[in-house]
Write a protein that binds this ligand. Structure first.
Ligand code: C5P
Length: 398
């Protein structure tokens, strides 16, 4: 559930700040990306270096990152980066600042700038936790939608006993996991995704192929699955691999194998995303043994491959959504729109070759086109673009 989720962790000055180290470790083990913002008081309890090492990211403490170079930590960028924010441990002091809207340090400024859900895990001595001011603050922020990770009861660092112990890291991971489970808007939907190139055999060692890495298709499969969908990923050769457990990957080589694999699962699907760079042609025959270099130049005659998207487009039922891709160099939008109609797509993702875009790159620049809408996205990683594309897909189911 947590794979690829971006967790912004606020750490404040409680003795239980040491538990943040375990919490970060568990989040990272679950494939979360973690960025830590800590208060000055927190750094008295646990070294920023520990949290930076465990989170594999720099720890943010002040607005000013480096006085000598004049660089600063942008609280807005940090806030908008996060899928979820958690303050663990959250002291009575930081709780009161959040309640009043104060932003006298980087953490509280980030909190005021959040657009994602915020969880706070209070940790303090029992009398501070039971104090009317704290009780009031918790009520106020709860009414604003902040989720409270209730503290445990037991022995406290002060020697007193009662409520106020920070919840155990594993329990906090479970709470976050449940949160993402509940926000799965594509739960119960099944998708087919084609990805990667196809290899069309000439003989046992040679083939006709292309430079597609399959990264976009794999990112789309993972993104659909991270929103609750079950995904059949039919993937051509290449090293990209999906990480979500809801993705079932079937490996194929040629366009005809890809079509067969798609046909096997298509009927149970609510949507299909055709991101594979399927070879349009194949050699008319694949030789059983390696073609020898015997002086005369061999001729390879090509025949047309099946168009998987077009074939499945012919049997598409209403309510099922088809997404296609177009890589165009001339009359780009006009050609993409033609493809949208001819292949019975509901959405077409248009990309044009350029610097840092397309095959063999981790980034791309796309336009997402439907019959009555066009959205242009700036150059981004393929993982982030997958989110934009799946946002559009999701609209068809809400
Ligand atoms: O016609 P063109 O190859 O540009 O169409 C691209 C779209 O059609 C992509 O979505 C691609 O995955 C799909 N396609 C396919 N089978 C083919 C060729 C393209 O599914 N043989």
């Amino acid at each position: 559930m947590l794979a690829n989720k971006k967790v912004l962790l606020g750490v404040t000055g409680s003795i239980s700040a040491y538990k943040a180290a375990y919490f970060i470790r568990e989040l990272v083990k679950n494939n979360c990306e973690v960025k830590v913002v800590m208060t000055k008081a927190a750094s008295e309890f646990i070294a920023p270096l520990t949290l930076a090492t465990l989170s594999k990211n720099p720890v943010y403490q002040d607005y000013v990152a480096s006085k000598s170079s004049g660089t600063w930590n942008n609280h807005i960028d940090l806030a908008l980066w996060a899928d979820v924010a958690v303050i663990a441990p959250c002291t009575a002091n930081t709780l009161s600042k959040i309640t009043s809207g104060a932003c006298d340090n980087l953490l509280t400024a980030v909190i005021l700038s959040l657009r994602c859900p915020l969880f706070i895990a209070p940790a303090m001595d029992v009398d501070m936790y039971k104090h009317p001011a704290t009780v009031h603050n918790l009520q106020v922020i709860k009414s604003r939608g902040v989720r409270i990770i209730e503290p445990d009861s037991g022995e406290l660092a002060s020697g007193l006993s009662g409520e106020g112990r920070l919840r155990e890291p594993l329990e906090m991971v479970e709470i976050l996991s449940q949160h993402f489970e509940e926000s799965l808007l594509l739960k119960g939907k099944t998708f087919l995704v084609t990805a990667g190139p196809t290899y069309e055999a000439i003989d046992p060692v040679r083939f006709l192929g292309n430079r597609s890495s399959g990264k976009t298709g794999v990112a789309l499969a993972d993104e659909l699955a991270s929103r609750g969908a079950d995904v059949h990923l039919i993937q051509g050769p290449g090293s990209a691999a999906a990480i979500q457990s809801r993705v079932k990957t079937m490996r194929v080589q040629s366009a005809r194998e890809m079509l067969k694999a798609c046909e096997r699962v298509y009927k149970e699907c609510d949507g299909a995303v055709f991101s594979a760079a399927v070879s349009d042609y194949r050699p008319d025959k694949a030789h059983d043994s390696k073609i020898k270099k015997e002086g005369n130049t061999p001729t390879v005659t090509l025949v047309e491959n099946p168009d998987i998207a077009a074939e499945l487009g012919k049997i598409k039922k209403s309510g099922v959504i088809h997404v296609g891709f177009a890589l165009e160099t001339d009359n780009v939008e006009e050609n993409a729109r033609k493809k949208l109609i001819n292949k019975n797509f509901d959405i077409i993702v248009l990309n044009s070759p350029g610097k840092n875009t397309g095959f063999e790159h981790d980034t791309n620049q796309i336009n997402v086109i439907t019959k009555n809408k066009k959205q242009s996205f700036k150059l981004k990683t393929k993982t982030l673009l997958a989110k934009d594309i799946v946002d559009e897909i999701q609209l068809h189911f809400t």
